[in-house]
Design a protein around this ligand. Structure first.
Ligand SMILES: CC(C)(COP(=O)(O)OP(=O)(O)OC[C@H]1O[C@@H](n2cnc3c(N)ncnc32)[C@H](O)[C@@H]1O)[C@@H](O)C(=O)NCCC(=O)NCCS
Ligand SMILES: Nc1ncnc2c1ncn2[C@@H]1O[C@H](COP(=O)(O)OP(=O)(O)OP(=O)(O)O)[C@@H](O)[C@H]1O
Length: 200
């Protein structure tokens, strides 16, 4: 089974491309969703987060806004949170890949925001980076519910610069134009990789 890594900075359009890949029949691992599940009531990350940021957890429930305020713009706290979350996400990814392989898929997709920051490209056969102009990225993140402009700026600053991501990509999908243009780029790539010839 071959692996497509899908990544890009916050608000660059990853989720849109991930949905299109799902519609094309590929199994997609969604790292952000996995993080949210781990942090939901009963999730494996709740107890360790309660020890790290007690004010973000009340009655087994994580207050995401409080967690965000505690870690964004504080690199040492963010690193501590990542040390809790990333090994758990990696375990979930391994289970996902085993299931996809057992189901006979020829390709699987890892949708991971910090793929390149963490050297995850080594596990991929093809890396897609979604990219848009910086001003559009900021405008998209600003529209995002719950995240302030300052928080968005801190997150963007904590990520590998877009030009560096594009340099490391096998394919860059531009999302600065219409969705139609982005999806056309994606369709061309899937044809080139021969995804969809047999069961994907
Ligand atoms: C910081 C947190 C609390 C913000 O939660 P919130 O619900 O507001 O945002 P969400 O989880 O949907 O993330 C939105 C985007 O923020 C960016 N982002 C998230 N965590 C990080 C990080 N540690 N470093 C850089 N960017 C990050 C990604 O682009 C992601 O797509 C949350 O993202 C978190 O717990 N992050 C730590 C775990 C992590 O590294 N996740 C990244 C994927 S493995
Ligand atoms: N051509 C395009 N391709 C992808 N997204 C687009 C495009 N044009 C506009 N958008 C919009 O950009 C916004 C950001 O996209 P999306 O949520 O997919 O980003 P993301 O990379 O998953 O973000 P995050 O890292 O914040 O989860 C969405 O509101 C989407 O509708």
């Amino acid at each position: 089974m071959k692996i497509i890594g899908l990544t890009g900075g916050i608000g660059m359009g990853k989720s849109t491309v991930a949905s299109a890949l799902r519609r094309a029949g590929l199994p997609v691992f969604d790292a952000d969703r996995t993080v949210h599940r781990l942090q939901a009531p009963g999730g494996a990350a709740v107890a360790p987060i309660a020890r790290l940021v007690p004010e973000a957890v009340r009655e087994g429930r994580i207050d995401r806004a409080a967690l965000r305020r505690a870690v964004i713009g504080r690199p040492e706290m963010m690193r501590a949170l990542e040390r809790i979350i990333h090994p758990l996400v990696r375990d979930a990814e391994k289970r996902f890949l085993r299931r996809a392989q057992a189901a006979g898929h020829r390709w699987a997709v890892l949708d991971i925001p910090l793929l390149l920051e963490n050297g995850g490209e080594r596990r991929c056969d093809h890396v897609i980076v979604v990219s848009a102009p910086a001003a559009l990225q900021r405008a998209r993140v600003a529209r995002r519910r719950g995240m302030s402009a300052a928080e968005a700026d801190h997150i963007i600053a904590a990520q590998m610069p877009d030009r560096e991501k594009r340099r490391r990509a096998d394919t860059v999908i531009r999302t600065g134009l219409s969705r139609y243009h982005s999806l056309r780029q994606l369709r061309r790539l899937l044809a080139r990789l021969r995804v969809g010839d047999a069961r994907s």
